[in-house]
Design a protein around this ligand. Structure first.
Ligand code: CR1
Length: 808
């Protein structure tokens, strides 16, 4: 790696200059926010120098470019990550300490942009990191929301949503590129004109806005490659500021055009795998797709001219879930309407360029739009979709008995709706799921008709995580220990972590693994004390479930286990419990009432238990508010048990399971999502697996023989008591009882099989924690999990995408 700074002194000199230039003050007289802004500016400048070299290299080598379209990129803070990737973290930390500053404190000033909901958005960010590491010319294309995902506050146990003003102190990483703005048209009507035997279409009378890009550098580990994340913001075309209205006192009216345009990029929709349907969301989807496609075509044309049939050779367009599903139709539109290609030629190009990843099988998350909404907002794009659908229907031989059902399942337009998943599949040459079981379920059920017709396009790409961010950066004490043992090659190639297996029989090393865990638990305990005023004991087991709140993820099952332990301890003070702190964190979509009620229940239970001296020595419950990338990086390293307890078949992959495994937590989980690969890699004996499997869940549902009441009645003492406590005031102190949860379990017949898996789950927890006192063996299993987790690096995932889908 080329050194950016020869030595500390050189860095200090340049940093001082930056601080002066930005704040007009000497370093000693500046605030931490000034120090952060100056440092980030400086690193961003260094990154842009490398970016220019990367660009040059890509051009001369004629590299294929990969455009990763995603409506979310949950990038987290960048400063520490970039210092690490540039190989100057230690030098900078030392230098700043010499100057009398504190790098950690400076880094804490950085906003944590919440431009994503959960796993899907974070995956996109990890992929950017890995594409840059692998030297792929890979570009993120997304949205720049003025307000990211809401900030979560807890008031009387309830989630309260507050606007996330992440831009209020400025964002030094981004550069606005007004020269690269793209005009985007909404509405209007399609007109045609005849040229010889061909009809050409265009749209007239559109309402236009300007998509304006902001670029963020993506620094790859090793400092060789710097790529770009381009996020689009909406602005009015011309500033129609109405001076007359303003002078007449109508301030809002004076700026109406701006307000209307900017609304498009004002907020991130807070649904994680949830319901959709808002017009503004559809505008967002078209805005970043149309602007991204226009830009990539301009780049292609600069390098290769109008040789459009070469597009698949030099460009890959990857659509992250269905939100960018309009990539196919929009590319068709430009190739035909603006470049004059025929349908067949354009279609060949599109389907060889576009690929698609599915992230969920939940039916409520498979995007659908009313045809009327869609065709009014995007008449020409709709017309193309209609034609795609017509040709698809025509390809069926209706004399075959299976055709009618296949057509019903695969059509793009059905029942007055545009089905975005089907559109995505039909426009792509590759469809992948995100873990082995998920890809199998796609083929066997969700997309089974497509799979029967075109088996060759289906494949699996098990998710991954940036091991540099979520291990090296998040867990410096453990990372240091690892590097001392096996060298630092694992930063580059995570599979080298496997060398740690050689230390599984080394008691002194295992003791140090334990000591680093303890230090991380103390660090989290300090954070919890600061943020929530709650004291938690680092000598207890840290049992962690952190992720979005969703019924199928079954945070409810977890808190019912806690209620059960509490009840049994009160009934019998001799009942042995391994002292444990139950840690929860995560947000619920603002409109998802049930999920929000589970958050309220957890806080209600916490309030009672944490104030009950009869159990305080063995149980505490801690809900950490406002889960986001920055506090996730404190939580994963402190975890000892990783709760991955979704109803089997429902969690496509999960990625917190990988992050927790890498940080040495043992998985307490169902055979779902990537838990299955965790077990394959680390061995079932090093995790705690419980509950129904996917075939068992399917069989039980199909039998119609599951009755929640019977399950509860067969265990009045424990389950019955918990169910009663939802209504009897035991946990109602903060804000009342939990009728809707009771109703879901008992009257909706417990759709997620919480009651069914309850005993198997609590038993598994008890057996697992019973092994905790043998610290050496626990640490050995923890180390084994870390050692085997390298396969989950997103570097591996990205290499698979590169080799098997993008051919870049
Ligand atoms: C899945 O629920 C997966 C991530 C990333 C989520 C989760 O299991 O790890 O995607 N799906 O692949 C999602 O957000 C819209 O769907």
């Amino acid at each position: 790696m080329e050194k950016i700074y020869e030595n500390k002194e050189q860095f200090i000199e340049q940093y001082r200059q930056h601080v002066r230039a930005l704040s007009g003050k000497e370093f000693e007289d500046t605030s931490d926010i000034d120090r952060f802004t100056a440092l980030a500016n400086m690193v961003a400048g260094d990154a842009r120098v490398i970016a220019a070299k990367t660009d040059e290299r890509n051009r001369t080598e004629g590299k294929k470019r990969v455009y990763y379209f995603s409506i979310e990129f949950l990038i987290g803070r960048l400063l520490d990550n970039y210092l690490l990737n540039l190989g100057i973290r230690d030098l900078v930390a030392d230098a700043i300490a010499d100057m009398g500053g504190d790098l950690d404190e400076i880094e804490r000033q950085e906003p944590d942009p919440a431009l994503g909901n959960g796993g899907l958005g974070r995956l996109a960010a990890c992929f950017l990191d890995s594409m840059a590491h692998e030297g792929i010319a890979g570009y993120g294309n997304g949205m720049r929301y003025r307000y990211g995902l809401f900030k979560q506050e807890i008031v009387d146990g309830r989630q309260v949503e507050v606007a996330d003003e992440w831009l209020s102190k400025g964002y030094p990483w981004e550069v606005k590129r007004p020269d690269k703005a793209v005009r985007i048209g909404f509405g209007g009507h399609v007109v045609s004109r005849q040229e010889g035997d061909r009809t050409f279409y265009s749209v007239e009378g559109t309402d236009d806005v300007l998509a304006v890009p902001y670029d963020i550098p993506i620094v790859g580990y090793g400092g060789e490659t710097v790529n770009k994340l381009r996020c689009w913001s909406a602005e009015p075309i011309d500033d129609h500021f109405d001076l007359d209205a303003f002078n007449a006192g109508d301030y809002t009216g004076a700026d109406r055009d701006r307000a209307n345009a900017e609304a498009i990029s004002a907020i991130l929709y807070p649904n994680d795998a949830g319901e959709h349907g808002r017009l503004l969301r559809l505008k967002q989807e078209y805005l970043f797709v149309a602007a991204g496609i226009r830009t990539l075509l301009d780049t292609f044309e600069r390098e290769h001219g109008k040789a459009w049939n070469e597009l698949p050779r030099y460009v890959a367009i990857h659509t992250n879930d269905t939100h960018p599903a309009m990539c196919g139709p929009e590319l068709m539109r430009i190739l035909m309407d603006e470049e004059g290609l025929t349908w067949d030629d354009a279609w060949e190009i599109v389907t060889n360029t576009v690929s698609y990843t599915n992230h969920t099988i939940l039916p409520e998350a498979l995007e659908k739009w009313p045809i009327s909404t869609f065709s009014t907002l995007l008449p020409r794009v709709y017309q193309i979709i209609d034609e795609i659908n017509r040709r698809w229907r025509e390809s069926f031989d209706m004399s075959k008995p299976e055709s009618a059902e296949r057509l019903r399942a695969t059509a793009v337009l059905w029942d007055g709706e545009v089905r975005m998943a089907n559109l995505s599949v039909i426009c792509s040459h590759s469809v992948n799921g995100v873990a082995k079981i998920h890809s199998d379920i796609l083929k066997a059920s969700t997309l089974k008709d497509f799979a029967a017709m075109r088996p060759e396009m289906f494949n699996n790409k098990t998710n991954g995580i940036s091991h540099r961010r979520f291990f090296a950066e998040a867990n410096p004490t453990y990372a240091k220990l690892v590097t001392e043992a096996i060298g630092d090659g694992w930063l580059d190639d995570a599979r080298e972590l496997e060398k740690l297996t050689a230390f599984e029989g080394d008691p002194a090393f295992l003791e140090r693994v334990g000591a680093s865990k303890l230090a991380n638990k103390q660090r989290l305990a300090d954070y919890v004390k600061r943020e929530c005023g709650l004291t938690i004991d680092p000598n207890t087991v840290f049992d962690v479930q952190v992720k979005r709140f969703h019924a199928y993820k079954r945070q409810l099952l977890n808190i019912m286990k806690v209620m059960d332990l509490y009840n049994r301890r009160l009934a019998d003070p001799n009942f042995k419990i391994q002292p444990t702190t139950f840690i929860f964190s995560g947000k619920a979509a603002s409109s998802y009432t049930f999920a929000k009620e589970v958050i309220r229940l957890i806080n209600g239970v916490a309030e009672v238990i944490n104030n009950d001296p009869r159990v305080n020595d063995v149980i505490k419950v801690c809900f950490i508010p406002n889960f986001r990338v920055s506090n996730a990086q404190l939580i994963y390293p402190a975890a000892e048990i990783s709760e991955q307890i979704s109803t089997a078949g429902k969690e496509a992959s999960g990625t917190s399971n990988m992050k927790l495994m890498m940080n040495g937590a043992l998985t307490l989980g169902t055979m779902d999502g990537a838990n299955i690969e965790i077990v394959d890699l680390a061995g079932r004996e090093n995790e705690a697996i419980f509950g129904l499997t996917t075939p068992e869940v399917d069989a039980l549902r199909a039998s119609g023989q599951y009755f929640a009441w019977d399950v509860v009645n067969s265990d009045r003492a424990r389950l019955g008591r918990i169910i009663d406590q939802l209504l009897d005031g035991t946990f109602a102190g903060l804000s009342g009882n939990f009728e809707s949860i009771h109703h879901e379990l008992m009257f909706n017949n417990d759709y997620d099989l919480v009651l069914k898996d309850f005993h198997s789950y609590v038993d598994a927890w008890e057996s697992l924690t019973a092994t905790y006192p043998d610290a050496q063996d626990w640490n050995r299993r923890a180390l084994h999990n870390t050692a085997m987790s390298g396969w989950f690096s997103s570097d591996r995932t990205i290499r698979e995408y590169r080799d098997e889908i993008w051919h870049a």
